[in-house]
Write a protein of this length. Structure first.
Length: 711
């Protein structure tokens, strides 16, 4: 069946009718396709006008892009990149800004390390290091392998792999500080720490940290890891102003860094975190805990085994053994003070050889300490000093106090104290040079000279007496009369010629040792009595050289030359030997050796001294208090005891030799005052002092007054 539809069969089909006049349609209008797709517009609905501008939002999730996790990550990544770029620009700007404040990099150079003064005893024994560093520089290959490893393990375990700045270590440090809500640790590398120590101040600010980083990069570019580590170990502060591993090892442990044990190396490495608190002389609990941390870090890094770490750890129940500075430090201080006059400014490391006999130095230290410890409390004194020198003035031992760690004040050199009767030999020497002899007779009696009234101990007087015995018994009135007779100025001139350098007052009381002097100069002034009359300058330095052997100073014989005639030497040794045999110094003993000397006790026993000598050595000993308070001492007691024990050690194995000079004692039984004796020429307006009755026999005077006068 043929079924067809023609246009006429459609609704409204057929030919279209013409519109009626007037523009109105007379029938139904066929639908037409509108402008939009699939949108039919009928004759009963006007065609929609086209929309202009933004289309209206259509409600519903169908029109919104879904925010997936990938989109979030993408956006964060994008923002991170943007922020990173800006941060990089900011960092570069900061580095450029603070880097511009540094001098040009082609002028950068490692600053010279502070010069060290290495001081040796005569036998080469190290006594001390002086200078700002406190120790010599030491090369890395001289150290035990575990010394640098301990430092790397605790301070910068990635030191061998980073390029001066360690981002991983810095990030870890920041994380630790944030999580612990405190500054737990820093992120600086060893190279950065070295840069800070070499070039920068210790100010904690952004500029310094930036410059530190730049300098660290420069160091890594110009030096090997071993060179950087060596520089670090020789410059870092280990506490107590000890810069460098050698200075620290010598100060804390009394040994070279070359000989440090594993435990000692770990202790020093541990102190770097807080040198003022964690150094070996600090709190033992903190120090031992820190040391165990270092050892464990070394084990974790594979430098040592766990067993080695455990074996090297400090016993928490035992005190940390550190070196105690001995009396040689007083000598080292003296040597350091002399360097300017010998070689000028010390601009490089030097090695100073001295005259100090190490064994005698330690013996002197022991004797002084022991005496103060045993007798100090009961006899009312707390300090002591000793100086010993050979007859050419070379100092063999010097003790400046009981404990250098407690007090660095040098009582042998710096202190000026009244020598008391130990000054009288210079009065007697002046008298000898003006015609007196040991057999001259002088008057021991009360004296009033222009209101000055010196007195003997316990106010005992013995009338006419030989000069020899007057010195032996240390009679004050005799010394005063002699000083007046020869004039106080002549006495001062004699003392200065003999070696006293402290200012002396030219007054009659100078005869009794009222002007202050140092023990060093007093001892040196006695040396001409022991060597035949040659003046000396106390000396301690024999040679100054650089580490490579260049001689900067070499000692040569020097001094003022002959300051006494042989005749005067003989007469003085006759009198001062007598002072040892029967006088205030008779407690001195030295088997077989001819000895001489003089005791001294200042007013109210504030100072007790003895200076004695042989033809080989002169030694002076002082005991007293720093505050000048009275003691219960006399020069002829404990100072003489120390002197005897020390000199016995110093003369072991030496051939006995006599004292210089030769005076034959006169055998004149007449005790007549010499013409010109001040007793016969009283001062104006002064009455003639009454004379005490002389003893029946001159020889019995010693028996009568022995033990009565302290000297």
């Amino acid at each position: 069946m043929d079924f067809r539809i023609s246009p006429d069969d459609r609704v409204g089909g057929g030919k279209p009718k013409k519109p009626a006049k007037g523009g109105k349609s007379s029938g139904r209008t066929e639908p037409k396709l509108a402008a939009g797709p699939n949108l039919l517009v009928g004759d009963d609905r006007p065609a929609p006008k086209p929309q202009r501008g933004r289309a209206k939002k259509v409600s519903g999730k169908r029109q919104r892009k879904r925010m997936t996790l990938g989109r979030v990550i993408g956006r964060l990544f994008y923002l991170g990149v943007i922020l990173g770029v800006w941060a990089l620009i900011a960092v570069v700007g900061i580095f450029v800004y603070y880097g511009a404040q540094l001098p040009s990099s082609n002028t950068w150079a490692i600053p010279q390390r502070p010069a060290n003064i290495k001081i040796l005893a005569a036998d080469g024994q190290l006594m001390s290091n002086r200078g700002k560093a406190g120790g010599e520089a030491i090369s890395l290959h001289e150290l035990p392998y575990y010394v640098p490893e301990a430092v790397i393990a605790i301070e910068d375990r990635r030191f061998m792999s980073h390029w001066g700045i360690d981002p991983v270590g810095l990030a870890a440090a920041v994380t630790d500080n944030i999580t612990q809500h405190r500054f737990a640790r820093g992120g600086s590398t060893l190279t950065q720490q070295l840069a800070k120590n070499l070039f920068l101040t210790r100010d904690q600010n952004l500029g310094r940290k930036v410059q530190e980083a730049l300098l660290a990069l420069w160091l890594e570019h110009n030096y090997t890891k071993d060179e950087i580590l060596e520089l670090y170990l020789n410059r870092v502060d280990f506490g107590h102003n000890k810069l460098g591993i050698e200075a620290a090892a010598q100060y804390y442990f009394g040994k070279s860094a070359r000989n440090l044990s594993l435990g000692e190396a770990a202790t020093l490495a541990g102190s770097l975190k807080a040198p003022s608190n964690l150094n070996p002389k600090g709190n033992s609990d903190l120090v031992s805990a820190r040391q165990r941390t270092v050892l464990q870090s070394m084990a974790n890094e594979g430098y040592i085994s766990d067993a080695e770490a455990k074996a090297a750890a400090i016993d928490p129940n035992q005190p940390i053994a550190t070196k105690i500075a001995g009396s040689e430090s007083y000598v080292a201080d003296w040597v350091e003070s002399l360097m300017q006059s010998y070689i000028g400014d010390v601009k490089q490391d030097v090695i100073v050889s001295t005259t100090i006999n190490w064994d005698l130095q330690k013996q002197a230290e022991f004797l002084v300490k022991e005496m103060v410890a045993k007798q100090g409390k009961s006899q009312g004194f707390s300090q002591g000093a000793l100086v010993a020198m050979q007859t050419d003035g070379s100092v063999q031992a010097m003790v400046g106090g009981v404990d250098y760690n407690q007090s660095q004040y040098n009582r042998a050199i710096t202190a000026r104290r009244q020598p008391g009767s130990a000054f009288k030999p210079f009065v007697y020497l002046t008298a000898v040079e003006n015609g007196y002899t040991p057999d001259s007779v002088v008057e021991d009696a009360p004296l009033n000279y222009n209101g000055w009234q010196p007195e003997n101990s316990e106010k005992k007087y013995f009338g006419p007496i030989h000069l020899r015995d007057a010195l032996a018994y240390s009679l004050n009135t005799v010394a005063a009369r002699l000083a007046i007779a020869v004039t106080p100025q002549a006495v001062v001139d004699t003392a200065m010629r003999m070696g006293i350098s402290s200012p002396l007052e030219a007054v009659p009381s100078v005869a009794l040792g009222t002007s202050t002097v140092s023990l060093l100069e007093l001892t040196a002034a006695y040396v001409p009595f022991s060597n035949g009359g040659n003046g000396v300058i106390a000396n301690v330095i024999t040679k100054i050289a650089t580490p490579d052997g260049k001689i900067l100073y070499q000692a040569s014989p020097s001094g003022p030359g002959q300051v006494m005639t042989p005749e005067s030497v003989g007469m003085m040794n006759d009198m001062m030997s007598n002072a040892i045999q029967i006088g205030t110094g008779k407690a001195a003993r030295l088997d077989g050796w001819p000895i001489a000397g003089k005791t001294g006790t200042s007013q109210k026993s504030r100072d007790a001294l003895f200076v004695g000598y042989t033809s080989h050595m002169v030694t002076g000993v002082w005991l007293g208090n720093d505050d000048d308070s009275p003691t219960k001492l006399f020069g002829g007691t404990l100072p003489v005891s120390i002197w005897s024990d020390f000199m016995a050690k110093a003369h072991q194995g030496l051939p006995i030799t006599p004292l210089p000079g030769n005076y034959i004692q006169a055998n004149d039984p007449n005790l007549q005052p010499l013409q010109g004796d001040p007793q016969n020429v009283p001062p104006p307006d002064q009455q003639q002092p009454q004379r005490a009755a002389p003893p029946k026999q001159h020889k019995s005077i010693g028996d009568l007054i022995t033990g009565l006068f302290g000297g």
